[in-house]
Design a protein around this ligand. Structure first.
Ligand code: ZN
Length: 120
C-alpha cells in the first residue's frame, strides 16, 4: 500500500511503521529475484529451450524449489538451484510483494510480452 494514500499515517513515524509492507519470509514464502546476467549451473550456461535466450531471468523460490522464468514466458523447475543458492543471489530484494505469481510475472515483464528481448 502506498503510504501517500493513507492520510491517517501522516508524518508520525510509528503510524508509518504499522503501514509498512510485510515482506514474505519463512519456509512457505514465495520469493522472486530478477537475474539480468547469464546464469551458469555447474559451468553450463542456462538457456531457454523455447527461445534460446541466455540471460535476463526471473527466479522464483518456493520451499525448496526454484523456477527459472524466461522473458518469453517459458518456465521450468531448476533442480540445480537450491534454496541456499537463491538466498546467496538475493543481495538486494526489491521488497515488492505481489498478490499472485501471475501478477508478479506480468508486472516484471516475464509473461511473454517481451519474448525475444533482453531488457537491459
Ligand atoms: Zn525463452
Amino acid at each position: 500500500m502506498d503510504r501517500r494514500t493513507n492520510p491517517a499515517a501522516g508524518t508520525d513515524p510509528l503510524l508509518q511503521l504499522t503501514d509498512a509492507p510485510i515482506l514474505p519470509t519463512g519456509p512457505s514464502a514465495t520469493r522472486h529475484l530478477t537475474h539480468p546476467q547469464d546464469l551458469a549451473l555447474r559451468g553450463i550456461p542456462v538457456m531457454c529451450s523455447a527461445c534460446c535466450a541466455r540471460r535476463d531471468w526471473l527466479l522464483i523460490n518456493h520451499g525448496r524449489n526454484v523456477w527459472v522464468i524466461c522473458r518469453c514466458g517459458n518456465q521450468w523447475l531448476e533442480p540445480e538451484i537450491t534454496r541456499a543458492d537463491f538466498d546467496a543471489l538475493i543481495f538486494f530484494p526489491d521488497g515488492t510483494v505481489y498478490p499472485s505469481i501471475d501478477q508478479a510475472l506480468a508486472a516484471l515483464g516475464f509473461d511473454g510480452t517481451f519474448a525475444g528481448t533482453y531488457l537491459d
